[in-house]
Design a binder for this molecule. Structure first.
Ligand SMILES: [Zn+2]
Ligand SMILES: [Zn+2]
Length: 365
């Protein structure tokens, strides 16, 4: 079943940008909203658009260092580089970042308050940001800021962060590495591929041991293998952990048309991942499911994948079977034998290592 779903959007999202020739283009977020509007998704009471506030500075400071926040503010006024080169600061970036983070925090708060069950913030998912530095087009870590707010204000103990972006969620891993916040990342991994972390043996430490799960996948992994890994690892891990809320970094740069990543997923694969996770949110945590964006550098594929995901989590696809047809890919890549063999080994490795470890350290049930 599906209850009410919110799409968080503000035109300030468009200020979160790095120039016209940069791969990250926030217009994809407005394109997604316009696609859903053109499909008449926001009719009735069960779907609405929400105009989010900017993040409260105390919430932001729970994750990010004061001097770093100040640096972002200063550099976005006068220009400069926030990391070694691919994350330049342009005028408006700071305001755009505050709004992007504010939307994720607001989605989390509204869901826990029972305003709606599911929400999507297409400007969120900035999973490479670290407490004191920007990385990989990510300035502030919206997901971590939302989790800290849930822990502090609502005493939420069990939050699961699922990350299906094509890149490893290294900021998320670093921030929660010694905590019992379940973080699961499925991503491309291999020599020279950004950010270089995310091996299966990075399992967390101290209180966090067993709560960090990485599924490193080779270039060319297709939908079938992606789904196989998802069903074999993510679903049992979530059932063991029994979260109070699921946060999902839904970067779609693993799409086969994406120019940066080299994975082979399609909109069908992304739709199934959305559907499985949405159903599990109803099974485990009264539907509390917050989806945020992330990578997505083929703008049209990103628009289509996110629109399909939104229709599925909001139950809108049931109105009309043909509704999603024109958004889906007309082509499906398949992995070769070598890639298939490699992925099956990774799945077995993570199943053997991480699932028993997680089940052994669960302290809640
Ligand atoms: Zn639902
Ligand atoms: Zn990415």
């Amino acid at each position: 079943m599906s209850g009410s779903t919110a799409f968080l959007y503000h035109d300030d999202f468009l200020k979160y940008q790095f120039g016209p020739n940069h791969p990250f283009q926030p217009i994809r977020e407005r394109m997604t909203l316009e696609t859903l509007r053109s499909m008449d998704i926001f009719r009735g009471d069960s779907n609405r658009t929400i105009v989010p506030e900017i993040v409260d500075m105390n919430d932001l400071r729970a994750v990010h260092l004061d001097h770093y926040i100040g640096l972002v503010k200063t550099l976005s006024q006068r220009g400069g580089l926030l990391d070694s080169g691919d994350t330049p600061a342009l005028p408006g970036l700071y305001e755009g970042a505050l709004r992007a983070v504010g939307a994720t925090v607001q989605g989390a708060r509204d869901i826990i308050d029972g305003e709606y069950e599911h929400a999507f913030n297409p400007a969120g998912g900035l999973h490479h940001a670290h407490p004191g530095r920007a990385s990989g087009f990510c300035v502030f870590h919206d997901i971590a800021v939302a989790v800290r707010m849930l822990q502090r204000e609502y005493n939420v103990g069990r939050v699961a962060i699922i990350d299906t972006d094509g890149h490893h969620g290294d900021g998320t891993q670093d921030i929660f590495y010694a905590e019992d916040v379940l973080t699961i990342s499925l991503h491309r991994y291999g020599r020279g591929f950004f950010p270089g972390t995310g091996e299966a043996d990075e399992i967390g430490e101290r209180e966090g041991r067993g709560f960090n799960i990485n599924v490193p996948l080779p270039q060319g992994t297709d939908d079938d293998l992606f789904l196989r890994a998802y069903r074999s690892i993510v679903l049992p891990a979530l059932r063991a952990y029994h979260p109070e809320m699921i946060l999902h970094q839904f970067g779609v740069d693993g799409h086969y048309l994406d120019p940066l990543v080299g994975l082979g997923y399609t909109t069908q694969g992304y739709g199934l991942v959305a559907s499985l996770t949405h159903d599990l949110a109803h099974e485990l945590c009264d539907g509390r499911y917050l989806v945020v964006g992330g990578g997505g550098y083929d703008l049209d594929a990103t628009r289509r994948a996110w629109s399909i995901m939104y229709c599925i989590i909001s139950g809108s696809h049931r109105w009309d079977d043909d509704l999603l047809e024109e958004l889906h890919d007309g082509f499906t890549p398949y992995s070769n034998q070598h890639v298939t063999g490699e992925v099956l080994e990774v799945i077995e490795d993570v199943e053997d290592r991480s699932l028993p470890l997680l089940e052994g350290v669960i302290r809640y049930v």
